[in-house]
Write a protein that binds this ligand. Structure first.
Ligand code: SF4
Ligand code: SF4
Ligand code: FES
Length: 283
C-alpha cells in the first residue's frame, strides 16, 4: 500500500511538456505546503522553474471546469486533487487531456465540445402551456437538477473510449452532451421530440455503458445510470417495441414536435483547431 504525506515535504512531479511537434514528461521537484493541490504545485513550478509552462485555470474552486488534466493517468481537476491524497512514493504525473487537440503543455483545445453544444436545440416551451403559472412535479425537478450541476470540465468526454481511443468525434456527441440531452428530454415543459436526433445524430448507440464517464465526473453526476440508460430505453421503446409503435404510431407520447440536428464535426473541421489530434505519448 502506498504511503501518503499530510504535511508538506519534497515531491516529484512529471509534467508533460510539448506541442503538436512532439513532447515528453519533464521532471520537477518542489517543496510542498500542507493542503496543497496539484494546481498549486504546477503554478509554483511555473513561477519558480518553468515560466513558459502552459496551464489553464480560472476559479481554483472546482467550479469553472478549466483545469482538467490527467493526473497519474486519470482525468481529474488539478484544483481539486490534493497532493497528500496521491501516493508519496512515486512521482505525480500531470498530462493534458488526450481526447482533444493539443495546444501546448497541459492546455488542449476543447472547442469541439462547444461546436457540439450548438447542434442541440435549446429548451423550447410546449405549444399547449397554459397562460400564467404552471406546476412542475418536485420529482421531475429533482431529476433534472442533477444534470444542471455540470461544470463542463469535459473529463467525461476525455475518458470515453469512443472519443479517446476510437476518435469517433464525428459520430458521437459524448457523455457530457447526453447529460444535456437528458435534461431537455426529461423537462416536462419542453416541446421538442429529440428521439431521432439522439439516436441518429448524437450517436447514442455507440455507448456501451462502460461507466468510465461517471467515475471521473467531479460533480458526481450519474451520467450513465440517470442520463444515458434512460435515453437509450426511450429510443428502444420508440423504435423497436412493436406494441408501443402501433399505439403511438411512431409519435412522441407527449405530442412534442420532432426535431433533427446533424452529426458532430470532427475536430479538424472546426476553424482554428489544430489539424492533428495531438495525442501525447503514453507515460
Ligand atoms: S458509458 Fe458510454 S459515454 Fe460513458 S464512457 Fe462508457 S461508452 Fe463513453
Ligand atoms: S458531466 Fe461531469 S465530467 Fe462531464 S463535463 Fe459535466 S461535470 Fe465534467
Ligand atoms: S480552476 Fe476552476 S475547476 Fe479548477
Amino acid at each position: 500500500m502506498s504511503e501518503t504525506i499530510g504535511a508538506g515535504g519534497s515531491r516529484k512531479l512529471q509534467i508533460w511538456r510539448g506541442d503538436l511537434t512532439g513532447g515528453e514528461l519533464v521532471d520537477y521537484e518542489l517543496e510542498t505546503e500542507p493542503g496543497m493541490v496539484v494546481l498549486d504545485a504546477v503554478l509554483e513550478i511555473q513561477r519558480s522553474q518553468a515560466p513558459d509552462l502552459a496551464v489553464r485555470w480560472n476559479c481554483k474552486a472546482a467550479k469553472c471546469g478549466s483545469c482538467s488534466a490527467e493526473i497519474n493517468g486519470k482525468p481529474q481537476l488539478m484544483c481539486k486533487t490534493r497532493l497528500d491524497h496521491l501516493p508519496a512514493d512515486e512521482p505525480i504525473t500531470v498530462e493534458p487531456m488526450r481526447a482533444f487537440p493539443l495546444i501546448c503543455d497541459l492546455v488542449t483545445d476543447v472547442s469541439w465540445n462547444y461546436e457540439v453544444n450548438k447542434l442541440i436545440p435549446p429548451f423550447t416551451p410546449r405549444d399547449d402551456l397554459p397562460e400564467g403559472d404552471f406546476l412542475i412535479d418536485q420529482m421531475e425537478t429533482d431529476r433534472m437538477s442533477e444534470f444542471r450541476k455540470c461544470i463542463e470540465c469535459f473529463m467525461c468526454q476525455d475518458v470515453c473510449h469512443i472519443l479517446r481511443d476510437h476518435r469517433l468525434h464525428n459520430r458521437y456527441y459524448g457523455p457530457r452532451f447526453m447529460v444535456r440531452l437528458a435534461s431537455l428530454d426529461m423537462h416536462p415543459l419542453d416541446g421538442l421530440d429529440r428521439m431521432d436526433m439522439i439516436a441518429d445524430d448524437a450517436g447514442i448507440g455507440l455507448c456501451n455503458i462502460t461507466k468510465c464517464c461517471t467515475e471521473v465526473c467531479p460533480e458526481g453526476i450519474h451520467i450513465t445510470d440517470n442520463a444515458i440508460i434512460p435515453l437509450k430505453e426511450r429510443v428502444v421503446d420508440r423504435r423497436h417495441d412493436p406494441l408501443l409503435k402501433i399505439l403511438r404510431r411512431n409519435k412522441d407520447p407527449r405530442g412534442r414536435k420532432p426535431v433533427r440536428s446533424k452529426p458532430p464535426p470532427s475536430p479538424d473541421d472546426i476553424p482554428g483547431a489544430p489539424s492533428s489530434p495531438g495525442v501525447p505519448p503514453a507515460s
